[in-house]
Design a binder for this molecule. Sequence first.
Ligand SMILES: N[C@@H](CCC(=O)N[C@@H](CS)C(=O)NCC(=O)O)C(=O)O
Length: 205
Amino acid sequence: MYVLYNHPISQHSRRVMALLVEAGLAYENRHVALDQGEHMAPAYLAVNPNHQVPTLIDGDVKIHESNAILRYLCNANGLEDWYPSDPATRAQVDQWLDWTQCRFSPAVVDIVFNTVFAGENGDKEAIKRGHARMMELLPILDAGLSGRKFLTGDKPTIADLALGTNVTHLALANAAPGGPNIVAWVERLATLKGFAATMPQLKAA
Ligand SMILES: N[C@@H](CCC(=O)N[C@@H](CS)C(=O)NCC(=O)O)C(=O)O
């Protein structure tokens, strides 16, 4: 059985839990208490030297980086719908997965970490920078969703789980985006049982 080291408020963990639930894959849940510094303790650093969640263990295989975990789960379990093998469609999925990590995620972290989790130490400049970045990125996402139910067509893929968990993470900082295509897409994502099951609740932190 898979072992997943995670935290319920972590957007990177949520995307992996969402896929495991959607695909009906059994896993053992290992909560890492980020709020108590458990991720910096030697026992967890031996699991993931980056002191981050998620980490997936599959027997002798150990993987960090949430999008790499999503790809691994799809490849290992033949989840063709979630990670289509057709080269053109797969390239679109990969494009959005990389866009999520390289472009969108840093702005989300600037906003949410500094508004919600850093308390009085929150970096006001980083919050400003994150919101400024969103002014550029959200129209790109809204346009990318135009005329589509999900990022690459009529069916959700792991790109929707990765980007969707980041977009919904913004709600923790009262910064949920308002673009019409984004709002409709988030509503569609919320109908997926795996995605709905991982929606962030601050009280669970
Ligand atoms: N690129 C990593 C990012 C993971 C990440 O940033 N995890 C956060 C929680 S959402 C974390 O564990 N932070 C603790 C730390 O960086 O020390 C991934 O996609 O898995």
